[in-house]
Design a protein around this ligand. Sequence first.
Ligand SMILES: Nc1ncnc2c1ncn2[C@@H]1O[C@H](COP(=O)(O)OP(=O)(O)OP(=O)(O)O)[C@@H](O)[C@H]1O
Ligand SMILES: [Mg+2]
Length: 405
Amino acid sequence: MIDLDRLQKQSRIIGTSDSVQHVLEMIAQVAPVDISVLVTGESGVGKELVAKAIHKTSKRSNDSMVVVNCGAIPEGIIESELFGHKKGSFTGASEDRKGYFEEAHKGTIFLDEIGETPLETQVKLLRVLESGEFMRVGEVKMRYTDVRVIAATNKNLGELVKKGDFRQDLYYRLKTVTVDVPALRKRVEDIGPLVERFALEFTRSNGILYRGFMPEAIRVLKQYEWPGNVRELKHFVEKIIVLQKGERITAEIVQNELLDVLPLDPIQNTALPVIVNQSSDKAEIDLILRQLFMLKQDTEIIQKMLMSGQVPPTGTQFPIITPSEMGMPLPEKSMEIMEDGHKLIRDDAIGDMSIKDLEEEAITRSLKFFNNNRRKTARSLGMSERTLYRKIEEFGLDPKIKRRN
Ligand SMILES: Nc1ncnc2c1ncn2[C@@H]1O[C@H](COP(=O)(O)OP(=O)(O)OP(=O)(O)O)[C@@H](O)[C@H]1O
Ligand SMILES: [Mg+2]
């Protein structure tokens, strides 16, 4: 039985939506069985990530996964690329050559954009899928390969079959096990966690102190259609961080940037999906985590300033200081947020932590930071004092809380 949390952590497939959980369940079900899988979904939804997760979770994980973009190989050489060729079989074939199916022996072959494969090649694909048998171009000797096939497409293969552009037999053979990865606009609750991950990875690997996206900014992101899906979101996050030089990202900044890519103001566009009703608890937790993160960044900057004898005047806008400027070693590119022994989210904790744990940590540490002042703590966490008290009771924290001054 595969542990879904562990699978999610290992595969780095981010998302809390039911559809991502469903995709993970499918991966867990099909990965251990040596069966071919078709991964479908729009461009940029994460089909390759799913294919890699299946391979990594399968018993073939110690052997390689060969990735072939069928759409990028010219028709004239696709068979030689896939199945290899014999020396002299065509102009330029100066040596015997192994194809990808031979290279992937014992492992997995990922046939991306399978819908682009020429019809004649499809016959040969069907054969290798069914029996593992194939022939190198220019040879008559039957060869055998032991590969698991994962194919992907952003096309509607059923439509291609109707038009006569895809073989029906290959279609039926492939579609038996289909993992469909939904478009990002159909699972907007994943946008928050994805933005957080991409922003952290990007700022870490570029040595930028990251001050976070405001919850309102995330709300604006949820209203955009994301036709390029997760890939487009990732590039958008990276671009906005560079343009804003690490400043905290507000709804206004996001809206302005989106106007560049949108013909219509996303807020005005009624054709866009409406904000999904998040449960208020979940929204609150999101808020706590973000606020705590921002708080931590500010604390770090203040600490550094104090250490260097600088005292920031009231109302100072803190500058972005890179870790190296602060004399800190650059952290490894990872999900680690802090290097001070009080890590909020460590790489190895992903998959094993619960929202409750995070919430408890956020509250405990914020209370400590604000010297148990409940009003400041509640405000910084974006929750009401009443809720804060309820949580303190719930978690049995019971600190010596200072009454409202
Ligand atoms: N759920 C996810 N969690 C984290 N990263 C993701 C997720 N989905 C997609 N990505 C990232 O988005 C980018 C696009 O993903 P991927 O290449 O797997 O998409 P695709 O469906 O194969 O796209 P295409 O059809 O254009 O080939 C990659 O950088 C990938 O790591
Ligand atoms: Mg792809």
